[in-house]
Write a protein that binds this ligand. Structure first.
Ligand SMILES: Nc1ncnc2c1ncn2[C@@H]1O[C@H](COP(=O)(O)OP(=O)(O)OP(=O)(O)O)[C@@H](O)[C@H]1O
Length: 333
């Protein structure tokens, strides 16, 4: 699969690139013992979530329905429902406590530093506006491009998320596109301003298996090529096994288990995690946990893949200049 943002130069802000020595850099997002309460019922909904995202890192959040995954993400995005509030702990984006941010500062961060894709893309797009201009608007506002440059950029982004005939898609209305196409449009809009963190909340749940696999590849690509960090919320342990470095297992507002994905999925400590894994095994989770051994060793065999390691995606194709996630506005305008 072609890759995204491959022409970021080494000094670009997104930093981490495939093949670099691991230098994660300072956290882009960190949650410390975050508690969230519902002011109406007086109930605490989330009882302390902590994790740290450095550039290029992918953290998964799994757990049963209603366990607090989405609310936790919404807290990190500063978009909690009206009667919810962070009642304890702290959330920092690039070292700044979000409790200190003004509305204008949030507006500046959204899309540029932190962005999100949720399930049900249709509800996030305006049905009466063609999809291309909706993506172009994000670029125009966040990257301060002219209308013409923003249009060109939007088409590039639609191509980058592997929509065939991006020019045609640009002029289509949401109802003319399939669920998978809409989800790609939403991803295009979410990555349009080159965010350092993308929160993907059940972003592939509604899609068929093939489209889901393509979108997961796309997210993995973005992470590898641009150093974008990801929070992946999913019911599906196979998604987490494929994509995430670390996983949190939530149940009823508690994090019952948290650790490297491989460790948690191979050696679950909590009864609930064991149950989740047992439920998934019938759907072939082991495919992702135990990738096939490497083919016949050559003269200098590489290390044997550890159980649970991600399959080697193979060499990346040549950089495509159209795929720079963070173009210089001066050049484009
Ligand atoms: N907008 C809202 N208004 C009222 N209660 C809400 C709202 N959003 C979530 N809740 C409640 O907060 C709790 C946590 O919900 P949340 O959506 O975070 O769960 P989740 O783990 O993401 O579940 P799912 O996997 O079903 O999306 C639940 O009890 C839910 O009913």
């Amino acid at each position: 699969m072609a890759t995204l943002s491959q022409n970021l130069s080494p000094g670009d802000t997104l930093g981490h690139r495939t093949g670099d020595a691991p230098d994660p850099g300072p956290p882009v997002l960190s949650l410390r013992d975050v508690r969230i309460g519902d002011q109406v019922s007086g109930r605490e909904i989330v009882h302390g979530v902590s994790f740290t995202l450095t550039p290029g890192k992918v953290v998964g959040i799994v757990g049963e329905s209603g366990s607090g995954k989405t609310i936790t993400c919404r807290a990190a995005l500063g978009i909690l429902p009206a009667h919810f509030e962070v009642t304890g702990g702290s959330i920092e984006i690039h070292g700044t406590d979000i409790a200190q941010l003004s509305a204008a500062e949030w507006t500046a961060l959204h899309g540029v530093t932190i962005s999100a894709v949720f399930q049900d893309p249709a509800s996030y797009l305006n049905p009466s506006i063609r999809v291309g201009p909706q993506v172009a608007e994000v670029v125009r506002v966040k990257k301060r491009l002219t209308r013409r440059a923003a249009r060109r950029r939007a088409v590039e982004l639609l191509r980058a998320v592997h929509l065939r005939e991006p020019e045609l898609v640009y002029g289509q209305y949401p109802h003319e596109l399939s669920g998978g196409m809409l989800q790609r449009v939403l991803i295009a809009a979410a990555i349009a301003a080159g965010p350092r963190v993308l929160i993907a909340d059940e972003a592939t749940t509604a899609l068929d298996v093939t489209v889901q696999a393509e979108i997961l590849d796309l997210l993995a690509d973005l992470r590898e090529q641009s150093g974008m960090a990801l929070v992946v919320v999913s019911h599906d342990l196979a998604v987490v096994a494929q994509l995430c470095d670390e996983v949190l297992v939530m149940r009823q507002g508690d994090v019952v288990e948290h650790g490297p994905t491989r460790t948690v999925l191979h050696d679950p400590r909590h009864e609930y995690t064991r149950l989740l894994i047992a439920e998934h095994e019938q759907y072939g989770l082991e495919r992702f946990l135990d990738p096939k051994p490497a083919p016949e060793p050559g003269p200098e065999p590489g290390p044997k893949p550890e159980p649970g390691s991600k399959p080697d995606p193979g060499p990346k194709s040549d950089p495509d200049p159209a795929l720079d996630l963070d173009p210089d506005p001066k050049e484009e305008a």
